[in-house]
Design a protein around this ligand. Structure first.
Ligand code: PEP
Ligand code: MG
Length: 580
């Protein structure tokens, strides 16, 4: 048995067979081969090594021409590793004796090299394993032909472990087979984590080194509550995890019974609690968890894993099915927020050094006005059948809002000319997720009908913390005084202009933050469906008056630790009082 600890990214506990997918490198599946194809596999290996040699020689010539001879030593090293006869002989031996495919055998060889190198005393020599890895990676790429990589299909109930797993990967998994996800990188507010929660898949992220172990097929427990991954559990651990799983599911079941209770404080203040959704199937879950509509529909998920952007009719059909699923409640549709960690196959995204600061969201939409208007026409058309709101992501200044609104008016005119019905009063909102938008909040509030704070990005950009970087997840702090001051400023600006302040980042779904957000004056919180009932439970035990005092108290402190301690003490006091 071995226990890995990572970051709890999506709640729930699952047990299954481990299936390692190497998304960082080439997707390598290991499988059994019949003995007649052994020589074919060995020939494939030899051919891939030869192709890689040619590739490296070509690269060497090109580099010699462009950057001189000085930097060629690493290619020389790689060519030497490639020329080592043992690479072929040892891998061929694995193919022959294990009857496994060339890729699987090569990965086993790599694993053996890793073990050998790890036992070398000299640190310089020990680290040369990275050169061996690079070379073998190249050979594997050559064998795979295409670097593009649909997910391999699996039978049985499995738990996927991958170095990295993109939102597009998440949308491709077969949910009847996949029980949980483990990744080596990524944080709880990454889009992959958000999707895992949306799909009800337990997930643990930041589990370093799990894909390097040759553990395909072993039993594994993913504990998305504690952040632990247990490989080869013993009987006792298996049983206690099973008990935890049952307990968690029982509490969920009990909470569901409270779904129809109103989201109102003890002193009668209503706060709208809505759901964040990515795919139409989630609409029903929002209602089942007592959400009063959708506060954030991330439409970009519909555009993923396809070579052509969906046309207006197709978008209309999807938005309609979401609307039907949550009727008669309002549906807040966010226009395309592609880019960053959400790349669309149908768009030729230029390679960016810094995608989080690149051509994403509203910048991308404004750069393709016809596609943008197509989406807005589809959104407007849905508005004819029920309450719809539209919002623009990643707004950084007034010009962007005005340009988006001009195109929105054009979309309306185009529909009107064609006699297609829509609601002319669809509220237009902006997401506040860039510090510039916070600074300009008073001016932005005059341009729109509502604000929706995207704390996932706002925290990322305010604190300069990559939301997908597991190394920094401890610094991703919603209670950071800078974040709290930004939130206060946003609400004040919204209310000053007479518009509602909503919040739809992951912060909304954590019950700990509810008193602060309520006390700051937020009118609406939108979160993953699975969080609504827990947040509502706390809301129903609060008074607005007390929440305002708690929120104000937070501003007396200069550090996150102090704010956190203060907040936990307040909540503990409340619990103690309610027991008295
Ligand atoms: C956010 O940034 O908080 C948000 C809700 O949008 P997304 O997570 O899709 O970037
Ligand atoms: Mg965002």
């Amino acid at each position: 048995m071995r226990v890995f600890s990572g970051i709890a990214a999506s709640p729930g506990i699952a047990m299954g067979r481990l299936c390692i997918i190497d998304r960082r490198r080439v997707v390598v599946s290991e499988y059994q081969i019949p003995s007649e194809t052994v020589s074919h596999e060995i020939a494939r290996l030899a051919q891939a090594i030869e192709d890689t040699r040619v590739e490296l020689e070509t690269l060497k010539t090109r580099l010699a021409e462009t950057s001189g001879e000085d930097h060629l030593f690493f290619i020389e090293t790689h060519l030497m590793i490639l020329a080592d006869e043992r690479l072929v002989s040892e891998t061929s031996e694995v193919i022959k004796t294990g009857l496994i495919n060339a890729e699987g055998a090569l990965r086993r060889t790599l694993h053996r090299y890793r073990e050998t190198f790890a036992s070398i005393d000299d640190p310089y020599l020990r680290e040369r394993i990275s050169d061996v890895e690079t070379v073998i990676e190249r050979v594997l790429h050559s064998m795979s032909g295409e670097p593009a990589d649909p997910l391999p299909q699996h039978e049985g109930q499995i738990i996927i472990a991958a170095h990295d797993f993109s939102p597009a990967d998440m949308l491709q998994i077969n949910r009847t087979h996949v029980l949980a996800i483990i990744t080596e990188i990524g944080g709880p507010t990454s889009h992959t984590a958000i999707l895992a929660r949306a799909l009800d898949l337990p997930a643990v992220m930041g589990v370093e080194g799990i894909t390097d172990l040759l553990l395909d097929g072993v039993t594994v427990i993913v504990d998305g509550l504690s952040g632990n991954v247990i490989v080869n559990p013993d009987q006792e651990t298996f049983q206690s995890s099973l008990d935890r799983k049952h307990h968690y599911e029982y509490v969920e079941y009990e909470l569901l019974k409270t779904a129809s209770l109103p989201a109102v404080t003890l002193d009668g203040h209503t706060m709208h609690l809505r759901g964040n959704v990515e795919i139409p199937e989630e609409g029903a879950s929002v209602l089942a968890h007592g959400g009063s509509g959708v506060g954030l529909y991330r439409t970009e998920m519909l555009f993923m894993n396809r070579s052509l952007m969906p046309d207006e009719e197709e978008q209309l059909t999807l938005y309609r099915s979401m609307q039907l699923a949550i009727a008669p409640h309002p549906l807040t549709i966010r226009t395309l927020d592609a880019g960053g960690d959400k790349l669309l196959a149908g768009l030729n995204h230029a390679a960016e050094t810094n995608p989080a600061l690149g051509v994403r969201a509203i910048r991308l939409s404004l750069s393709m006005p016809d596609e943008f208007k197509k989406q807005m026409r589809a959104i407007l058309r849905v508005s004819a059948a029920g309450p719809v709101r539209i919002m623009f992501p990643m707004i950084s200044g007034i010009e962007e809002v005005r340009r988006a609104k001009v195109l929105f008016e054009e979309a309306k005119r185009e529909l009107a000319v064609s006699g297609i019905p829509f609601d002319d009063t669809v509220p237009v909102g902006v997401m506040i997720e860039i510090p510039a938008a916070v600074t300009l909040a008073d001016l932005l509030a005059r341009e729109v009908d509502f604000f929706s704070v995207g704390t996932n990005d706002l925290i990322q950009y305010t604190l300069a913390i990559d939301r997908s970087n597991d190394q920094l997840s401890h610094m991703y702090q919603p209670l950071h005084p800078a974040v709290l001051r930004s939130l206060r400023r946003i609400v004040q600006a919204a209310h000053g202009a007479g518009i509602p302040a909503c919040l739809c980042g992951e912060m909304a779904g954590d019950p700990l933050y509810l008193p602060v957000l309520l006390g700051l004056g937020f009118d609406e919180l939108s979160m993953g469906a699975g969080s609504i009932l827990r947040v509502k439970q706390i809301l129903r035990r609060c008074t607005l008056e007390r929440a305002v005092r708690i929120a104000e108290g937070c501003f007396a402190f200069a550090t996150v630790a102090e704010v956190e301690m203060y907040l936990k003490a307040q909540i503990t006091m409340d619990v103690a009082e309610s027991i008295d």
